[in-house]
Design a protein around this ligand. Structure first.
Ligand SMILES: Nc1ncnc2c1ncn2[C@@H]1O[C@H](COP(=O)(O)OP(=O)(O)O)[C@@H](O)[C@H]1O
Ligand SMILES: [Mg+2]
Length: 386
């Protein structure tokens, strides 16, 4: 089969008429960020912010038009609303975080204090029993390492497990699980890639890391929504989401779109000391996500030659902080070169050496998480991640 070209894709899109303007969707630079790799197509459709979800049929029509081309393997079309008129007369476009506030409940009165979280139960992913997020205040603390090993650990405990790499800006699941192939579709949805006993999906399967980096807020939101809803996840006992660092759009999107069972917070000993138990407002209580517990990563350096333990960043702070915050302490993972090496090689430590001491730490955490998943939901404690 001959490879599809960008021109062919643009030609197909030119034939899609936007019902609201009566013009081709390619008129006025609405199609942006077209990417094409091995038959996997991605692009954004820019629509006026006010149009919002009404543009969904247009998005679908664009996807269908491109899907119909020979040589096209998958299509990810996302809606974006971005254009700000010069002079800034109009309010800012709806960023996900603000979008909720911008649509107040009918009874909301000006000045009336109402919860920032609109209490509308988000829809779950059919056939997925529990969804948990692995989150951290900043990058580089080992969130992806914990997410993948936790997922492998939950799978070893007999749970049917999925791993969604929601770190749109820095997807790492392709590397961690050494996945180079593209996901297939079942005609309607993407089929996650099965590896080491779990099902995985990552934006990194579809675009390169460089491409992912340039995605903007609204596109991220749309892409994440699709990775949750347009992927054949079911049947799963648990879906582990590797969140992007921080408390921005992507986190809120996930929080708003799916009922999370809870969040596992990954922190290093020195960062955990910065969590301020007295401050209240964060993504986690703003969105009512229960915190399943805190994992202290890189807690202690164990010399591989002599077994000597160095407490580089101090030690035990995470447990103490967790207690102060009233959230469970899920365990600590030592800083061990083997953990990094096995991750880089695409066979994370829980799979590489499940009976070793490094894997033991993750498996102990997985056991606690499995128990928390089985338990009824708890109220969200106050916690600040910075
Ligand atoms: N406990 C650990 N021991 C050794 N290396 C680790 C450990 N945790 C994470 N790393 C390494 O640190 C780097 C950052 O980890 P990563 O999981 O990608 O962080 P994040 O997802 O928070 O950005 C990676 O190279 C990873 O292999
Ligand atoms: Mg990561």
């Amino acid at each position: 089969m001959t490879a599809v070209t960008k021109d062919q894709i643009l030609d197909a899109l030119a034939r899609v008429i936007d019902p609201e303007t009566g013009k081709s969707v390619t008129a006025g630079n609405a199609i942006q960020g077209l990417t094409l790799r091995d038959g996997n197509v991605g692009f954004a459709i820019e629509v006026p912010p006010a149009r919002g979800p009404r543009a969904e049929p247009l998005r679908k029509a664009c996807e269908q038009a491109v899907s119909a081309l020979p040589g096209v393997f998958s299509v990810t079309a996302v809606l974006t609303a971005h254009n700000e008129p010069p002079g800034g007369a109009r309010p800012a476009p709806p960023q996900p975080a603000r979008a909720q506030q911008a649509s107040p409940a009918p009874h909301a009165r000006p000045g009336h204090l109402r919860p920032r979280h609109t209490p509308v139960a988000p829809m779950g992913i059919p056939g997925v029993n529990a969804i948990i997020a692995v989150a951290s205040g900043k990058g580089g603390v080992g969130k992806s390492t914990v997410a993948v090993n936790l997922a492998l650990g939950l799978s070893r405990l007999g749970l049917r497990t999925g791993l969604l790499d929601a770190d749109i800006y820095g997807p790492s699941v392709p590397r961690l699980l050494d996945i180079r192939e593209k996901p297939q579709t079942d005609g309607r949805k993407l089929i996650p890639i099965a590896k080491l006993g779990i099902k995985a999906m990552s934006i990194g399967f579809l675009v390169t890391e460089d491409q992912a980096m340039i995605w903007r807020g609204p596109m991220v939101q749309s892409a994440l929504t699709q990775m949750m809803n347009d992927v054949v996840w079911a049947p799963l006992d648990v879906l582990v989401i590797d969140m992007p660092p921080g408390t921005g759009d992507a986190q809120l999107t996930i929080a708003q779109r799916v009922p999370l069972k809870g969040a596992v917070i990954v922190s290093t000993p020195q960062d955990i000391a910065l969590i301020d138990a007295r401050k209240g407002i964060t993504m986690f209580n703003r969105t009512q996500i229960p915190v399943l517990g805190v994992v202290e990563n890189m807690s202690v350096f164990v010399c591989e030659n002599c077994g000597h333990e160095s407490h580089i960043f101090g030690h035990g702070g995470a447990r103490a902080t967790a207690e102060k915050l009233g959230v469970p302490f899920l365990g600590e993972v030592p800083l061990m070169p083997k953990i990094r090496e096995t991750s880089d090689a695409g066979t994370p430590i829980v799979d590489y050496n499940p009976t070793g001491p490094e894997a033991h730490a993750f498996l102990a955490i997985a056991e606690q998480v499995a128990k928390a998943i089985a338990a009824p939901a708890r109220a969200a404690p106050k916690i600040v991640i910075e």
